[in-house]
Design a protein around this ligand. Sequence first.
Ligand SMILES: *Cc1c(COP(=O)(O)O)cnc(C)c1O
Length: 392
Amino acid sequence: MDIEALRQATPGVGRRTHLNNAGAGLLSTWTLRTMTAHLELEAEIGGYEAADQERDRIERVHADVAELVGGRPAEIALFDNSTRAWQAAFYSLALSFRPGDRILTGRAEYGSNVLAYLQLARRAGVEVVVVPNDASGQLDVAALAALMDERVRLVGLSHVPTGGGLVNPVAEVGRITRAAGVPFLLDATQSVGQFPVDVAEIGCDLLTGTGRKFLRGPRGTGFLWVRPETMERLEPFVVEIASATWDGGRGFTWHEGAARFETWEKNYAAVLGLGSAVRQALDLGLDAIGERALALGATLRDRLAELPGVSVHDQGERRCAIVTARVDGVPTAEVAAALAARGVNVTTTHPEQTQFDTEDRGVHPLVRLSPHYYNTEAELDLAVETIAALRR
Ligand SMILES: *Cc1c(COP(=O)(O)O)cnc(C)c1O
C-alpha cells in the first residue's frame, strides 16, 4: 500500500490529523470528484437525464457493495444511512413478532437498535434479552447458545460497537443461529471497510453498513444485505413504487430481490460516491486495509496504555482500529479539546447511548480515537504526545 500516494489523494490529511474514522472517514479525491461531477451534470442537463446518462455506473454500485460483503447484487438494497437499512430489516421481521417472543442482543448493542427493540417490547409484548459478556468483554457465545429456544425470534448484534475497539465473535454466533434457524441481524456499520467482512463466513441473515465511516464514502449513504432464503420469508414493512408493481386493479407484486426494500428517490451523487469508495476499498484489498488499520489501532492502544495516568478500555479477544481511553483527573471533554487544539480529530463516547455497557463498566465518556490505513505513525505520535502532556 502506497500510503504517501493515498494521502496525496485525500485532501483532508493536509489540514487535520484525522483520527475519527469511526465517526466519518475522509473522502478521497476520486470520490469527491465522482460526486461533484454528478452534481454538475444534474445542474447542466437535469436530474433524471443525468441519472439516465450514468445508468450503468449507478447500477454497478449494487454489484460493488455485494462484492464487498460477499453477496450478490440482487441481495443489496441502498439506503440513506445504516440506521434506515437496519430499520428496514428489523421492522419487517417484527411484523410477525408476538407477545412472549424473544429478541436476543448483546451488551455492546448500538443505541438506536436497542430503542427499536424496546419499542417492540412496548408495542408487541416482545421480551428483550441481553446476553452477558464473557470474561474478555465480548459477547458470551456459550451463554447465547444456552438461551436459544423456541421463543427466540431474532438475534441482533453489533459487530464492532461504536464505543470501543471490541470485535464480537460473530462467526460463532452465526453457527448457533443457523443451527437454530433463527434470523441473525448483524449491524456491521463499524466493521465494513475497516477489515474483511464476509456474509458466508459469518453466517448472518441480514447485514447493514454505512458509507461514511471506515468505507470513506459520503455521508447519507448506507446499505442492507439480505440472504435470499431470508428474503423469501420476509415481507417489507412499507411498500412504494420502487419496491412493488401495482398490478392494474387491486393487487400488487413485490419486486425481485432486495430492491423491494428501497425507495424510488435517491441522492445519485451520494450513491455514485458510495460506489467510488467501495471500489477503492476493493481495489486496495480489504485484507491489506484491515492489516494496516488494526496495526495502527494496536500501536496507538499500546502506546496510550504505557502512559502514566492513562487507561485504555477496549475489550474482547479481538480488537480493531477503534481505541478508547481516559486520563486520570482530566475530564474526557478536555482531552478531546486538547487534541482538537492541535488539529487532531477525535470524538467521545456517550454513556446514555450505550447504557448496557455503562451499567457494566461505568467508564464512559471515553475519548475515542479511530485511525485508518491512510494515517501515519507520526500522526499517532502527535496524539500520544498531546495526551501525555495533559498529565505533566
Ligand atoms: C454509526 C453507527 C450506526 C448508525 O449508522 P448511520 O449510518 O449513522 O445510520 C449503527 N450502528 C453502529 C454500531 C454505529 O457505529
